[in-house]
Design a protein around this ligand. Structure first.
Ligand SMILES: NC(=O)c1ccc[n+]([C@@H]2O[C@H](COP(=O)([O-])OP(=O)(O)OC[C@H]3O[C@@H](n4cnc5c(N)ncnc54)[C@H](OP(=O)(O)O)[C@@H]3O)[C@@H](O)[C@H]2O)c1
Length: 323
């Protein structure tokens, strides 16, 4: 397979910037649409990477972006979406169901059949499985929409929480502990298997090139399982500001999350995020060898990854990633 011209939708995000850099380093040509060019500024200087400001939802845009492409990767995802509209809400429906379908239909129309689509751990192939959150249910509906398209050679990835020097997740908890005397944590006992962003990018490329991956879904996870509370404590420890982490009972956590949803800006935690945490974010078995990765240990990587200033951490990451 080894496509040489690839459209990466959502390529400006956390996982996207690692994937795009890896693809470009392999000599492939990558086109990244973004709603705001500013969001993809870190990609603009990379060789063989073209960033284009475009509204991928607008009629005809996906089709024209797909001209000359040999494959498409869809990484678009959101964590919060208001209720209303379909069962999982309009925003989740637009980003997780309508958009993958629109991209895949445009790809088929443009003669591009190969697609890699980023879903999330917890989603399964069983259509009747009852998932606890609107986020997960919309991700499942997105997968189902892609599976229903004849002729599409799609591979689905389902990562657990993804870590890296520039992640939003552990860095947020490290930052909070720099300023707060104590962290009150909802969903503290949820179990997660954090997977390194470079492993996710590597697996995505490996599977994109692998004919045996067509029509299949792959879980991506790291080698260790932590509770959310352990992860938050480690983030504080590694960043040099360990604080007591207190587990909030659900009875208090839900109204607090509801309050965060109505405050301006992205909520730190929504009620739907709490619902997602009801399902353990751990793989159902060993990582499939077809993914071509030996997942890195967060426990080993964490102290160097989250210690020191962001600049120090980013330069350490560049060294590790041979950039
Ligand atoms: N990070 C994790 O721990 C994790 C775990 C499991 C699954 N995933 C999944 O992996 C994928 C990538 O995650 P990430 O952490 O890299 O996300 P991210 O950093 O938030 O990036 C999201 C990307 O999606 C684009 N985007 C967001 N909303 C959009 C919309 N309405 N229309 C068009 N584009 C939109 C953004 O592009 P612009 O702003 O440039 O337009 C951005 O490039 C997502 O599908 C996510 O659900 C992530």
């Amino acid at each position: 397979m080894n496509p040489s011209h690839i459209l990466v939708v959502g390529g400006s995000g956390f996982i996207g910037r690692h994937l795009v850099a890896k693809l470009a380093a392999q000599g492939r040509h990558v086109l990244v649409p973004t709603r705001r060019r500013e969001h993809a500024r870190h990609l603009i200087s990379l060789p063989r990477v073209e960033v284009i400001e475009a509204d991928i939802h607008a009629p005809g845009i996906a089709h024209s972006l797909l001209q000359g492409m040999e494959a498409v990767v869809n990484l678009v995802g959101i964590l919060h979406g208001a209720e209303g509209g379909p069962e999982w809400g309009r925003a989740f429906d637009r980003a997780h169901v309508q958009l993958p379908r629109l991209i895949a239909e445009a790809a088929l129309d443009a003669g591009v059949t190969r697609m890699v689509h980023m879903s999330a751990m917890g989603v399964t192939d069983a259509p009747q499985s009852r998932l606890p959150s609107r986020y997960l249910r919309s991700k499942a509906a997105g997968e189902a929409a892609l599976r229903s398209l004849d002729g599409l050679q799609c591979t689905i990835l389902r990562p657990s929480v993804v870590f890296g020097a520039d992640d939003a997740f552990l860095n947020l908890f490290a930052r909070l502990q720099r300023t707060l005397p104590v962290v009150a944590l909802a969903g503290a006992q949820a179990r997660l298997a954090p997977v390194w962003v470079e492993d996710v990018a590597q697996a995505a490329i490996h599977l994109l090139d692998e004919p045996g991956a067509v029509g299949r879904a792959f879980e991506l996870a790291g080698p260790e399982i932590f509770t959310l509370q352990e992860l938050v404590e480690l983030a504080g420890l590694w960043s040099g500001h360990p604080r007591p982490v207190v587990a909030l009972p659900d009875l208090l956590a839900r109204p607090l999350a509801g309050l965060m949803e109505i405050l301006p800006g992205e909520p730190l935690m929504s009620r739907d995020n709490l619902d997602s945490l009801k399902l353990d974010n751990v793989p159902s078995g060993p990582i499939d060898p077809l993914c071509g990765i030996q997942p890195r240990s967060l426990r080993e990587a964490g102290p160097a990854m989250y210690g020191g200033s962001l600049m120090t951490r980013l330069s350490r990451w560049r060294e590790q990633a041979h950039r």
